[in-house]
Design a protein around this ligand. Sequence first.
Ligand SMILES: Nc1ncnc2c1ncn2[C@@H]1O[C@H](COP(=O)(O)OP(=O)(O)OP(=O)(O)O)[C@@H](O)[C@H]1O
Length: 580
Amino acid sequence: MIVAPGTPDGRLAAVAAGLAAAGVVVTLAPHAAHYLTMEVERRVALVSQDRLFAAAERLTGLARFEDPAFLDRLRLAQQSGGRTPGVVVNSVFTIAGGAVTILGFLGSLLVVSPWMAAAVLLSAVPALAVELRLSRGRAAMMWRIGPVERREIFFRGLLSDVRAAKELRLFGTAGFLRDRMARERRTANAEHRRMDRRVLGAQGGLGALSAVIAGAGLVWAVSAAADGRVSVGDVSLFVAAVAGVQAAMAGVVRDITMAHHELLMFGHYLAVVDGGPDLPVRAAARPAPALRQGIEFRDVWFRYSPDHPWVLRGVDFTVGHGRSVGLIGGNGAGKSTLVKLLCRMYDPERGAILWDGVDLRDLDPASLRDRIGAVFQDFMEYDLTAGENIGLGDVGVLESGDRAPLREAAERAGAHGMVAGLPRGYDTLLSRLFFDGGADAGDEPGVPLSGGQWQRLALARAYLRGRRDLLILDEPSSGLDAEAEYAVHTGLREHRRGRTSLLVSHRLGAVRDADLLVVLEGGRVAESGTHAELVAAGGVYARMFGLQARGYREDPAADGQAADEWTADGQAPDPAGSAR
Ligand SMILES: Nc1ncnc2c1ncn2[C@@H]1O[C@H](COP(=O)(O)OP(=O)(O)OP(=O)(O)O)[C@@H](O)[C@H]1O
């Protein structure tokens, strides 16, 4: 009987309930602590990820995203950002717990042998120094193998990318790429192995030091017991205390090192989040005003970096307000580069681009971009719904839920019929990679589009920004079929009428009626003028136009006449045929 006879049943029940509650608390506490830790980590990860990508979004231009070192840093920052705070906080708690344990054992040790206590404590100094050094070495190694791991990630992505799958199968290149992937992994593994060996060696040394100290202590304790200076009980206490202090100190050193390593890696996160602007930001940058006069390229020189050749070498021309300018030039002439400069993705190295006479560098980039609608040559295909693919041209419209502007833009881009024919119209998910999560979609896989269909959506996206001051179209119809191209160019002509636009195209028939044609060659404006003027001049444009015109002639015998026909009256046969 553990309860004295006569104890009231109520008290017994209360004691039992109290014990049960304590048992529940004791059982639940670690799980609750784990839950709280994980919840804190989830929240910290969410906030840190948001801050990281907000910082990336603040970068005005593109150069950082083309800088391999920045990309490595961004990847390491993603890994460390969400993890470091949790690891460090955990480490602080475990270090505190370890310190208490050390103090407890140290008390016992001090009673038996203060010298031994000092020796065991001091042995932590080299251990900490060595571990911190290893931690720095590990962080440096992670940075060193960044490019290797990024290449491996690239190959891994390639081997699982549906767009690459065609060529990999047709050319039988998957094995070759798999080897390259394995080679990168082997290189990374070699670095990891080297590091692990260093750690192994160092840990071995530290282990030996601990063993020597503990062994020397034991010898001393046994001989002291033999001399009767300490009792047998003291020897047991001594051995347990030495082992306890050493184990707890090893734990503390391990936790300090882990926190140290995480903080080193967190440096990458801070470098991205606190990184300065990539393009100079003028303190007094003003909002871009509505375009009234035009845009002037004034002696614009540009290269992607000092290690790259000049792409533009003193480009001069003006896009007058309300005028359409066609930009022409061979592959690599710098047309898309010029478009990117106009959107201030980069700054010219020399010269300036002026918006109504104001240098783009003096304008707030966001307000400048708000005045521009564009289709880039390498336009995006978003794994989102058709409506969202168009709506991303103007998030305000997208968020308003008003479908009419989306439809209008799609109609102008010749995309409405195609979108309306999709299983869920504008709500159809355009992807094979995701399931359509719509309430009544029954998790159907999304629908992929053809190249030309995607291009129409990209055009619709630009049209959604129709009220913008400047429309830039970089090869907007390269993937379209003949009818669609005709429709698009007819629509474009309408859309461009009286609006400021810059149209880049290799199809000279598509740009011939622009108010001004600018031909880029060798990084400079080789010639400019109207179609008739350039044809009459018989220069680069005339030659290019003649070549294309010949390609559209049915009768090869007439080739010889072609150039004469258009040079004579400046009204050449239409090279793009259907596009006219
Ligand atoms: N991000 C970049 N970094 C370094 N060089 C680049 C970059 N983008 C383009 N280039 C180089 O700049 C030159 C001009 O490229 P750009 O894309 O402007 O030519 P383009 O006239 O638009 O050609 P295309 O008619 O083939 O589209 C090319 O030699 C290209 O290699």
